[in-house]
Write a protein that binds this ligand. Structure first.
Ligand code: MN
Length: 257
């Protein structure tokens, strides 16, 4: 038996489950809101071309408009000025889109404190229990924020002092980008950075450091609670938008049951 025929047999039998980590994409999908002085990303919009009618009697289809960074999506290195000149989303080697998942669960801390920041010590404690972060893998940070993905207000959790959503500290972002062997980080929030990260130094450290180190981001993931801490495989499928900085993506995980 080859590895791939074993894999397809296990998928058929259910020994390997496919978990969809992708949020539904619609006009209601929450989006990142930047401070008002900056350009804003578009919501997802469908424009009907025809629906089995006189515009096209036997077929239904739509045009769509969306931000590259709307919904569950992939951040390419050229998204950030630190990664200017590195890969656009179409140039990311496809081999790097599939890798082992390390799932760090901080949902309890994030429930207590929406501004909770993962520190290097949290990742070190995870490694002490589960082993080193996987080479070429993805660090997936579970915060419980996927339960809010039906609501723009709950997702960005904004008050007069700004957005309050969990993320990584500057030191943790630097460690993941520069020291860890993962190719990227995935989160359940609208962006890889914490809600307060516009005020960090540097601002938006996950973006700045991941992109600057030729690494990737995945956002607005769901169902991370269905994944074991180690052993799952992530498959990320951004569209190859030529020169693009990212793309809505279907993100799946393979999990042995
Ligand atoms: Mn993004």
């Amino acid at each position: 038996m080859s590895v791939l025929s074993d894999l397809t047999a296990a998928l058929r039998s259910g020994a390997i489950e496919v978990v969809d980590l992708t949020a539904p994409l619609s006009a209601q999908t929450p989006v990142l809101e930047l401070p008002p002085e900056f350009g804003q990303t578009a919501r997802f919009e469908l424009e009907e071309i025809s629906r089995y009618d006189d515009r096209g009697p036997a077929w239904y289809w739509n045009n769509f408009r969306t931000g590259e960074h709307t919904g569950t999506h992939f951040d390419a290195p050229n998204h950030w000025v630190s990664g200017k000149g590195l890969d656009d989303v179409a140039s990311v080697p496809v081999r790097r889109l599939i890798g082992p998942a390390a799932v760090l669960d901080v949902s309890e801390q994030a429930r207590e404190d929406p501004d909770f920041l993962v520190e290097v010590e949290h990742i070190r404690a995870w490694e002490a229990q589960h082993g080193p972060l996987p080479e070429g893998g993805w660090l997936l940070v579970r915060t419980g924020w996927d339960a809010r993905s039906h609501s723009q207000e709950e997702m960005t959790n904004t008050d007069a002092s700004g957005s309050h959503t969990p993320g990584l500290s500057v030191a943790a972002a630097r460690w993941v980008a520069e020291e860890s062997p993962v190719v990227g980080m995935g989160v359940e929030t609208v962006g890889t950075d914490a809600g307060a990260a516009a005020g960090f130094e540097p601002m938006f450290p996950c973006h700045s450091m991941l992109m600057g180190n030729d690494k990737y981001g995945l956002t607005q993931l769901q169902n991370l609670a269905s994944l074991p801490p180690t052993g799952a495989v992530v498959i990320a499928g951004p569209l190859p938008i030529v020169t693009g900085s990212g793309s809505p993506a279907r993100v799946l995980a393979l999990v042995e049951r």
